[in-house]
Design a protein around this ligand. Sequence first.
Ligand SMILES: Nc1ncnc2c1ncn2[C@@H]1O[C@H](COP(=O)(O)OP(=O)(O)OP(=O)(O)O)[C@@H](O)[C@H]1O
Ligand SMILES: [Mg+2]
Length: 511
Amino acid sequence: MSQLPAAEFINVTKAFGPVQVLHGVSFAIAAGEIHALIGENGAGKSTLMKILGGYQPPTSGEVLLSGQPAHFGSSRDAEEEGVVLIHQEFNLADDLTVAQNVFLGRELGGALLNDAAMNREAAAALARLGVPIAPTRKVRELSVPQKQLVEIAKALARDARLLIMDEPTASLTVRETDVLFDLIRKLRSAGVTILYISHKLEEVKALADTVTVLRDGAVVSSGPAGELTPHEMANRMVGRELEDMFPPKGQPGEQELLHVEALSVPGWAQDISFTLHAGEVLGLAGLVGSGRTELFEGLLGLRPRTLGEVRIAGKAVRLRSPGDAARAGLVYLSEDRKGKGLLVDFKLRPNLTLTTLQHYAHPFLDIGAEQAALERAARDYNIRTGRLDVEARLLSGGNQQKLALARILEADPQVIVLDEPTRGVDVGAKREIYLLIQRLAESGKGVIVISSELGELLGLSQRLLVVREGRIVGELSGEEINEQEVIQYATGLKVAVPKATGSSIKSLESA
Ligand SMILES: Nc1ncnc2c1ncn2[C@@H]1O[C@H](COP(=O)(O)OP(=O)(O)OP(=O)(O)O)[C@@H](O)[C@H]1O
Ligand SMILES: [Mg+2]
């Protein structure tokens, strides 16, 4: 007799007020398989998984677990049945330690918390993931990838029978991803069923046994992963044949828009000098942890730093805060959209206009103009949401990213620094962001892209700086930009003195 599916959705619908998000979803997840769920931003993937994980009830329809109807009143109920969800937008308490988060809601030792035992077990869960994060550290102090790993460790410590992973690798490095994949395959061998959501279709292809495609809240197809190439997956997600991902590269102009000289961020970056021209897309490559983000946080005054000189469009400027930078014409999109990018508990309108409020005050706030700006942004950036009058946290992950992008561009900056601009964004929207970057450059702005997706940097950059251990170790342009070269510089197999990017460049060969 064939085994019952681990889980099955039968005609599941979900409406938030007047907005219908899921339209009668039906498919089954076989016991012990890795089942991928893919679809565009806002397709309803996380919503469906939150229903399965007991975080919210369906509006109608049914969820079966091993053939039995599941009526979860809460995520706790679901966890008792072995259904555990790893959240896309982390569900961690910032002020608690790593160990306290791992055991949140089911602390060891009853009334008297047994800290030593919790620390030990949390450390063990993290060790399985191959990451040495001290269990006593506060979550607030962790980087985004570290938070992601704690979120995963928290689920692993819960003995799941059905483990739901909502974009677990969005912020992980290749190495961390490999470790996680090994672990996922081990869990499968041990009989755990895995539901895996990702926009990284190559990963889906490598990992999944079955793929279900969701479009606009309905199932497009559900079948063996072996039958679909990543390109076919992408086409099914968007419902049409996708064109080339990258528009042809333009030519940078003459005018120097940004000149940074001798920037050091203690512990992260040393003696960094570079320039950016009008019309240029400059990529910043390097391994995660190479100091790219910290370098810009230092430039913006978010970290202690020492600085020679900064000129924007030829004018020397002092940047003590992101606000200073925005006024001087430089904006920065943080890779940490939830922590440093958006005010997720506020509505979309203030999120869009917060940094440019003065444009809407004459002297009283012109709500109508603000609303018009929001409607325009929703159109221009294709922010998909049933209603515009919602809190930012209610947007799907990818749509939050588009809002964060719209927000920094509201200020009409000259220099735009984008840190992981397509994290959590679906293939179609990725392409739109690439076109946007291209358009910004064509209109004479300078764009710097930091990304851990090498394909993205190769496809976009006219010039590429490679950062390794806080130093610029290589500079490539035009035909020299290829994967091999970048990896050699990023991993230290090759070290070169950057070309004329500034007068203060010292020889790095001694480094
Ligand atoms: N509590 C809520 N109230 C109103 N609308 C909601 C709520 N939760 C989700 N939505 C809406 O439901 C739709 C589906 O969101 P969901 O998060 O499921 O998308 P997703 O497929 O996970 O997308 P992504 O790939 O961007 O993570 C979105 O339009 C979102 O704005
Ligand atoms: Mg989601």
